[in-house]
Design a protein around this ligand. Structure first.
Ligand SMILES: [Ca+2]
Length: 230
């Protein structure tokens, strides 16, 4: 019995030790020092900022780009392949990413990126995700990677995130999500969460998250936290 308890304790300690990362050995474990949360940039301008790059589309629709690096990551604790990062240290630079930056360290179950977007009217919208992978091809399903729109799970058609092998981690591509999503008038909350999968050394892994695009006839605004990359 004692041995069983010891084994359980050891297991728990081992789990705690490896919790921030999906590494199961091999390679060195480096933990990025997080900046104190007191340095979290605060948004003082409460005026909704129109996206700077709306593109006119067919049928009077417009495509808006919302950068993942401008979402509120201040309370997040992310997991990487061989380390972890907290808050704005999860935001990484790549010349291939939209706006030059993306959010990494998504290899942890329950790690969520949240986009809060205000819509002028209730409307349908086409959702596209700009994603990369540092874990090889990754099939995303509603179980492996959860998407919720205003608190409701989106039962989307599964798709595979792929990268040119010579550009692993920096090859960001656009993935159209089906079905369309329903935006309500006013505030909409889109949440993208690493779920149940074994893509990171047998544990949960997520995509490198560059941006989302919404195409809709509604007018969209949000409050990008641009200080994240200042
Ligand atoms: Ca980006």
């Amino acid at each position: 019995m004692k041995n069983l308890i010891k084994a359980s304790l050891f297991g728990l300690l081992g789990l705690a030790f490896f919790l921030p990362s999906c590494s199961n050995g091999g390679g060195s474990s480096t933990t990025t020092t997080a900046k104190p949360t007191t340095e979290k940039p605060s948004v003082t301008d409460t005026t909704p900022t129109p996206d700077t790059t709306p593109e006119p589309g067919p049928g009077g629709s417009t495509t808006y780009t919302f950068e993942a690096e401008y979402t509120d990551v201040s309370t997040l604790v992310g997991g990487g392949i061989s380390g972890s990062a907290i808050g704005i240290n999860m935001i990484l630079q790549s010349g291939n990413a939209s706006n030059g930056w993306y959010v990494g360290y998504t290899h942890k179950k329950g790690l969520s990126l949240t986009f809060e977007i205000t819509s002028s009217v209730a409307a349908k919208a086409d959702l596209k995700l700009l994603l990369g992978t540092e874990l090889g091809p990754m099939e995303l399903t509603p179980t492996a990677y959860e998407i919720t729109v205003n608190g409701t799970d989106l039962n989307y058609t599964k798709f595979s995130v792929r990268a040119n092998s010579s550009q692993i981690g920096t090859d960001f591509r656009e993935y159209a999500i089906t079905p369309q999503i329903d935006l309500v008038e006013g505030k909409n909350t889109l949440v993208f969460t690493t779920g149940e999968n074994e893509y990171c050394n047998g544990g949960p892994g997520g995509p490198l998250f560059d941006a989302i695009k919404l195409t809709t006839t509604s007018s969209l605004t949000w409050e990008p936290i641009e200080d994240n990359i200042a």
